[in-house]
Each structure stands twice: as structure tokens, then as C-alpha cells.
Design a binder for this molecule. Sequence first.
Ligand SMILES: NC(=O)c1ccc[n+]([C@@H]2O[C@H](COP(=O)([O-])OP(=O)(O)OC[C@H]3O[C@@H](n4cnc5c(N)ncnc54)[C@H](OP(=O)(O)O)[C@@H]3O)[C@@H](O)[C@H]2O)c1
Length: 284
Amino acid sequence: MGVLARKIALVTGASSGIGAATARRLVTAGFKVCASARNPEALRDLRDLGCTTLPVDVTDEMSMRQAVQTIEQADGAVGALINNAGYCQPGALETLPIQAVREQFDTNVFGLLRMAQLVLPGMRRAGSGRIVNLSSMGGKLVFPGLGACHASKYAVEALSDVLRFEVKSFGIDVIMIEPGIIRSGFVNAAISKLPDPQTQEPYAAFDATIPGALREVYEKGVLAELGGGPDDVAKMIERAVTDHVPKTRYAVTASAHLLMAQHAVISDHLWDHFLAAQFPRPGT
Ligand SMILES: NC(=O)c1ccc[n+]([C@@H]2O[C@H](COP(=O)([O-])OP(=O)(O)OC[C@H]3O[C@@H](n4cnc5c(N)ncnc54)[C@H](OP(=O)(O)O)[C@@H]3O)[C@@H](O)[C@H]2O)c1
């Protein structure tokens, strides 16, 4: 059990997908787990499995503070923070309401950093801890129509790389998880956030292709076959909290390994050509 022996793992966004699978996997393996979500009612199954549950919205300072305080009063410090809460805001960048971009960063970036800031004093007092940040292969490469989401995950990569350096000598590891295509609530949540087409000219037709493209990638195409499910990510998160010397990054699924390797060796122009073969270009 390594770092988590006698300590507690706090999982954000545990109401579905990767967060739920991670809480389930860790508690089943014998860890102490606090599963958190905006709506704690959605955590009933995890509570029945033995998780403690708390309400946490990573855009709400008070809920984050209270959750960390509650855990510290009972357990001294958070042993591992699984910074999982997140979603994908689609839409062409020129017309995407700037408020939607702010909200994307509020959840995926500022929420993740704030949770880390809140657990770090306890981890420093304890002299150990792990912060596991859900990045994405989309923090290393981009698909059109998902610019706000990619920008947030590139930011997670940068924050995590810097934080890893800054907290290492306090006995704390910062680890990134880079999933590829994972079938979860992710696609439906993204589609529900598409901006109103009436405000999106000249990108309305392009934005209208995003749901189909997402479903193709996640459900039907070659990449879908190279994808995985939430438990594939949960398995890697368990390694991130238990490996004696954790890696800085854990890529998950063949889709992530393949696309990140391809992106690393080809030029930006070749990547643009690759995308143009898969996605429509606005204005053509
Ligand atoms: N699925 C993929 O292909 C993929 C690939 C790379 C990275 N990821 C990352 O993996 C993480 C989990 O995604 P998933 O695939 O499991 O999608 P999901 O099934 O949609 O789960 C997302 C979770 O985040 C929660 N959440 C959203 N906003 C929140 C907020 N303000 N405060 C607290 N919780 C919030 C959701 O809670 P509600 O139930 O309250 O909405 C839900 O529990 C995300 O960070 C995502 O970016 C996913």
C-alpha cells in the first residue's frame, strides 16, 4: 500500500467515470478512501463499499476547505489527492463565449491547483503525500473544436511539472495521468456544453460536426478500439499512489501511447495535415 498505508486518498469528481472507478478500485484494495462529488447522493454505491463521502465542488472554495479540514481532523493529512474532477468545453475558439473558457479553467485548472494548495500543508507536516493530477493525451496534442479543453490540460501539465519540483524535498510526489480515449460520461458532458449555434457564425456548421466527431472517435473509429474504460485509468492511478518510485507521467491506453508518440516525432505542419484528413476545416 506504500504511501497510503494508514492514510486517506481523496478523490474529486467521484460521481462517475474515472473518479468513481478509482474510488472503487482503491477502497476494494483496502485503502481508506474519501470519495467526493458536487452531489454526494451520487456517491451512495461508494459509501456502501466503505468509502467516506463528502460534498466537493472544485469551483467552490468553502466546500474544498471543509473537505480537507474534515479529513485532517480525522486522519491528520490527506495521503493522496486524486485531482480528477473535470470536463471538456467544446466549440470553435473565435466564437466560444469567454465565460465558458473561464469556467473551463475554473474547474480543470484553478480547482485542481486550489485542491493541491489546500492539501499540501498537511502533507508537508506529515512529510509525505502524493498529488495525482488528471491530465490527458490532450495536454500534449490537440484536436480541432476542443481548444478550451486542450488549453486547460496543457496548463495542468505545466503546473504539475513545476509543482513536482517545488514540493519534492518535502517528501511529496506530483504525478500526471494522461488518458487517451476513455469511454465514460465525458462525451455526453462535452456535447451538453456546446454553445448555442445561433451565436457561433461562421463556425456553426463546424461546431455542429463536433458531436458526431466525438462519437466517431469514442465509439466507432480505429481510436475507439485503441481506447479503454474508466477502470483502465483507475488501475494506473492505483500504480501512481503505490509505486515505490512513481513515474512523473502515466499514459493510459494504446490510443494515448500511439498519438503522443506520433505527435512527438512529426512536425507541426504534418500534424495539421493529419488533422485535416480527419476533421472538416471551418470555412471550406
Ligand atoms: N474520458 C476521457 O477520454 C478522458 C481523457 C483524458 C482525460 N480525462 C479526464 O479525466 C477526468 C475524469 O473524466 P471522466 O472521463 O471520468 O468524465 P466524467 O464521467 O464526465 O466524470 C467527470 C467527473 O468530474 C466531475 N466534475 C465536473 N465538474 C466538477 C466540479 N466543478 N466539481 C467537482 N466535480 C466536478 C463530474 O461531476 P458531476 O457528476 O457533478 O458532473 C464527474 O464526476 C477529467 O479531468 C477529464 O478531463 C478524460
